[in-house]
Design a protein around this ligand. Structure first.
Ligand code: SF4
Length: 98
């Protein structure tokens, strides 16, 4: 292992902790928003209409409320507005496995 591998690993670990801290922060914010009867705006959780990772779309998230059909837009318990079943955001929380 050379010095550049060590630096790359350090950067990856720092980014991982940064991403986890962001999710925890927004999860906490989401809980407060729910307690106040409000939802988070999409930009606050970096919502996107198309998720980049299989199995991490909105329809795989415990917060997703489906539309009339699996292809219809749904809603989210903590994010405001119409939610694409194939969207994604930082507050993604996987559904429990059946
Ligand atoms: Fe809501 Fe985000 Fe989960 Fe999508 S990924 S359902 S926007 S919490």
């Amino acid at each position: 292992m050379d010095r550049s591998d060590s630096i790359s690993r350090r950067v990856a670990v720092q980014r991982g902790f940064g991403a986890m801290a962001t999710v925890v922060m927004f999860w906490g914010a989401g809980s407060k928003a729910l307690a106040a009867g409000n939802k988070l705006p999409k930009p606050a959780v970096q919502y996107t209409d198309s998720g980049a990772q299989k199995g991490m779309d909105c329809d795989d998230c415990i917060q997703f409320v489906p539309g009339k059909t699996p292809k219809d837009m749904g809603t989210c318990k903590i994010v405001v507005g119409d939610i694409n079943p194939h969207g994604h955001c930082l507050a993604f929380s996987p559904k429990p496995k059946a």
